[in-house]
Ligand binder design. Structure first.
Ligand SMILES: NC(=O)c1ccc[n+]([C@@H]2O[C@H](COP(=O)([O-])OP(=O)(O)OC[C@H]3O[C@@H](n4cnc5c(N)ncnc54)[C@H](O)[C@@H]3O)[C@@H](O)[C@H]2O)c1
Ligand SMILES: O=c1ccn([C@@H]2O[C@H](COP(=O)(O)OP(=O)(O)O[C@H]3O[C@H](CO)[C@@H](O)[C@H](O)[C@H]3O)[C@@H](O)[C@H]2O)c(=O)[nH]1
Length: 430
């Protein structure tokens, strides 16, 4: 690879952009990352990482120290001299459910004249089918190629997922540009799937929608287990051994959430409706997820003797899964809001949060440890599977609680430990 080809720009330094930038710098490239958030760029330039992601701070500091990683608020400066420009910008849900591409369009319009001739402009953001083609028109330059290279990392294991991908998907009408992007991943020895841009864009949505539908399916099987007296743990242990099913994404829970699955399923559904095909299976999976959250609220109401009004309910965990401090579309927040709407006095804790984060909402009082969340509660509800919740002194919890029921929406706690503490554990599907 020539000197210029190994100069990379990454626009957007969130979970995807910062991981991409730091990992590509670790692979030996010279990477400039840009972001509109001045505060974030200030922190990152000093080696401080404002995201909770294992290994990311170490890679960022090493990249800075070796002069391979640089941060700027000036995106035009970042793309100057770059052979590959990754767009890692937010594509949130718009009011109608579709993906909002405003940030992507704004950046492309802003940098189009500054892009070096021959560079590859790569969408790593999750974008609807046809976006690469439309951006190609917006750029309006025959010497700039558009490439779709969707990202499949998960929060909480972003660096590991980036460096050990199951597959790398590269889609473009421009073979040479796609070769150049694929070559960046060569040291990872991962399978590279080469496609046209539209197929690459669809792979990302189809993957997330599949995972979401699988989770809704498992949560429905869990409900059936409760009705029939079966045990979801035993069912999924055997089910997952079928290679057609696979072992992952079989854990029932309070519903699936996070920054991607909810918005991407809605966007795909909207796109399918606009395309005239519809997607009834996906629609059902989304509705089943809402129902799952309502089911958890009903279950807590049962634990409180039928009605929630006037009862204190303690919540263990607010993040959408363990290992992250991300609250975006967390099912825990939906459950908390549902409990509060039915009159419960909701008190929550989460080891990754301080309580002053945006998004927790007014209906939840935040306390800094599990014992304070348990104090005086009629029911305690585990919503995020943090390992430290297993290690609580459950006898102390039992003394602090006003009631005796723990609703374990992740089937995370040891039933015997709770039983010995005199508590009743209600899991999902068991
Ligand atoms: N978070 C994930 O696990 C994940 C995984 C795969 C794909 N994705 C997709 O990747 C994209 C980015 O997701 P994310 O979670 O990294 O988002 P994020 O919100 O964590 O980060 C986006 C960053 O872009 C910056 N930004 C916004 N407008 C900008 C502009 N005009 N110029 C420069 N920077 C700007 C923001 O300040 C922010 O730092 C989305 O399309 C998402 O769906 C996310
Ligand atoms: O067995 C499981 C697995 C997950 N979940 C829930 O499903 C949601 C999503 O979890 P996960 O997929 O681990 O989180 P993300 O970090 O949002 O990752 C998803 O979304 C990313 C953004 O598009 C993709 O890159 C990843 O491949 C895709 O897994 C969370 O609420 C989890 O608690 C379960 O309830 N049971």
């Amino acid at each position: 690879m020539t000197g210029r080809e190994s100069r990379i720009a990454v626009v957007g330094t969130g979970y995807v952009g910062l991981t991409t930038g730091a990992c590509l710098a670790a692979l030996g490239h010279h990477v400039t990352c840009s972001d509109v958030d001045r505060c974030k760029i200030g922190l990152l330039s000093r080696g401080e990482v404002p995201l909770r992601e294992p290994d990311l701070p170490r890679l960022v500091r090493r990249g800075l120290a070796r002069g391979r990683l640089r941060f700027t608020v000036d995106t035009r400066d970042a793309v100057d001299g770059a052979g590959v420009v990754f767009l890692c910008l937010p594509t949130p849900m718009a009011s109608g459910g579709e993906a909002d591409l405003a940030a992507v369009r704004e950046v492309v319009a802003d940098v189009r004249a500054s892009l070096p001739g021959g560079c590859a402009l790569v969408t790593k953001s999750t974008v609807p089918v046809g976006t690469a083609a439309r951006l190609k028109e917006l750029v309006g330059r025959p010497d700039v190629a558009l490439v779709s290279n969707p990202e499949f990392l998960r929060e909480g294991s972003a660096v590991r997922d980036f460096l050990h991908p199951d597959r790398v998907v590269v889609g473009s009408a421009d073979r040479a540009a796609a070769d150049r992007v694929a070559a960046l991943y060569a040291p990872l020895h991962a399978p590279v799937v080469r496609t046209d841009a539209a197929s690459a864009e669809l792979v990302k949505y189809a993957a997330n929608a599949f995972l979401a539908a699988k989770l809704s399916y498992v949560n429905a099987v869990a409900e059936l287990c409760e009705a029939e007296g079966a045990d979801i743990g035993a069912v999924t242990a055997a089910l997952g051994r079928d290679p057609g099913v696979g072992r992952s994404f079989l854990r029932p829970g309070p519903g699936w959430g996070g920054s991607c699955l909810p918005k991407d399923t809605r966007a795909l559904l909207r796109a399918a409706e606009a395309a005239g095909t519809g997607f009834p299976v996906l629609r059902a999976a989304i509705e089943a997820n809402r129902r799952q959250q309502r089911r958890v609220v009903d279950r807590v109401a049962e634990a409180c003797g039928g009605a929630l009004r006037g009862h204190r309910v303690g919540l263990l965990g607010l993040a959408f899964k363990a290992g992250t401090d991300d609250l975006r579309d967390s099912p825990a927040l939906a459950v908390a809001a549902g409990l509060a709407a039915r009159g419960a006095d909701v008190v929550a804790c989460d080891p990754a949060l301080r309580g002053d984060e945006r998004g927790i909402g007014e209906s939840v009082a935040f306390v800094d440890d599990a014992y304070r969340a348990a104090k005086g509660a009629r029911a305690l509800v585990l919503l995020t599977e943090w390992p430290q919740f297993r290690e609580l002194d459950w006898c102390r919890v039992a003394e602090l609680l006003e009631g005796a029921v723990v609703v374990d929406t992740r089937n995370h706690l040891d039933p015997d430990v709770l039983r010995r503490a005199g508590l009743v554990r209600r899991g999902i599907g068991c």
